[in-house]
Design a protein around this ligand. Structure first.
Ligand code: NAP
Length: 325
């Protein structure tokens, strides 16, 4: 059998991960037991979420243990099988992690049809990143024809799909990416209407120019300075799928000071919060239901109220809620 190698987390990175936070090890080739398969990794996807798995702070996911194999989605080939569900030669989507070979009991493995597309796409545009783009944009962003969709990390696995799906839905797609080459790729090969460099000191002004009708959907992948450029351009009823905050992932702590946006966005993302502003008149069509329900609840004693009454028009300025001239 070919050499078996794995990458383990040697220490928890502080700030940007360094090569010394990892250790490459040779290991004894694993032997599949009853009901198990032996997998050979063909493709390993390296994704931003892995930075979170390297830390043991509060998270929606369990961290990788120090000395443990780094986690990761793989496209793997079954090279030996004692499991009737899988045959030698099957190509599967697995979570084998950063290693050349792994044992699986078959749970969680998904067969990949190589006739559908190159198998690497199972961890890319047809896999988790593609599905992130598709669901976040269509379920939360809900772009409509003629609207403007902005996405950062636009050349990345998620962002590249977001902008292209936005175009398919008839929206204007504006990407933000790092550097000229990435921006050219996003604009000329992926077909976005515009792409801007997040390192450009005039990003805010250029984004305003690129979005003459404002922004209806901002697909948040990044946070930080990009958010600062986007937020003044948001239209009424804009939607913001908060997918990722990559600008924060290597921070040892979130920035302090009166601007709590980074903390808020982290909460929104990790706890999947729904925050939506509204003005009561947006719901004028619910006036009848409101009157019916609340008067019934009052009569049933399910809602109680207390009125703070002040008599006399001279008392208006200092009065509470209810006054009688
Ligand atoms: N919520 C979910 O379920 C879910 C699932 C998948 C991914 N995500 C999130 O989606 C985002 C994109 O993931 P991906 O897989 O598409 O990433 P990717 O392909 O690895 O691309 C990441 C991109 O982020 C850009 N970037 C890094 N730091 C930045 C900064 N400070 N400002 C602006 N851009 C920055 C980099 O561009 P440059 O280096 O060129 O600047 C890089 O191209 C990440 O935040 C990820 O965590 C969320």
């Amino acid at each position: 059998m070919a050499q078996t190698r794995r990458v383990v987390l040697a220490s928890r990175p502080v700030g940007e991960p360094k090569p010394s936070d990892f250790r490459i090890e040779d290991y004894t080739p694993p032997v599949p037991g009853n009901g198990e398969v032996l997998l050979r990794t063909i493709w390993l996807s390296l994704d931003p979420y892995m930075r979170g798995r390297m830390s043991d702070g509060p998270s929606y996911a369990t961290p990788v243990q120090v000395d443990g194999v780094m986690e990761g989605g793989t496209v793997s080939e079954v090279i030996a099988s004692n499991n009737p569900g899988f045959a030698k030669g099957d190509i599967v989507l697995s979570r084998a992690g950063w290693q050349t070979h792994a044992i699986s009991d078959g749970r969680g493995l998904g067969k990949i049809d190589p006739a559908l597309a190159p198998v690497s796409t199972a961890v890319g545009v047809l896999g988790m990143p593609g599905m992130t783009a598709y669901t976040g944009l269509l379920d939360i962003g809900k772009p409509r024809a003629g609207e403007t969709v902005v996405v950062a990390a636009a050349s990345g696995a998620v962002g590249s799909a977001v902008g292209q799906i936005a175009k398919i839905k008839g929206a204007r797609a504006v990407g933000i990416a790092g550097g000229k080459d990435k921006c050219e790729h996003v604009k000329h090969e992926l077909g976005f209407d515009e792409c801007l460099d997040h390192r450009d000191p005039h990003l805010a002004a250029k984004l305003k120019e690129a979005c003459p009708k404002g922004i209806d959907v901002y697909f948040e992948n990044v946070g930080g300075a990009v958010w600062d450029a986007v937020s003044p351009l948001l239209n009424d009823f804009a939607r913001i799928p908060v997918c990722g905050l990559i600008a924060q992932y290597n921070m040892t702590e979130l920035p302090g000071g009166p601007d709590r946006t980074p903390q808020l966005f982290r909460q929104v993302l990790t706890k999947r919060l729904t925050i939506r502003g509204f003005i009561v008149r947006d719901f004028a069509d619910q006036a009848e239901a409101f009157g019916r329900d609340v008067s019934a609840w009052l009569q049933q004693g399910k809602i109680k109220y207390k009125e703070d009454v002040v008599e006399g028009s001279g008392s208006f300025p200092a009065a509470g809620h209810l006054t009688r001239p």
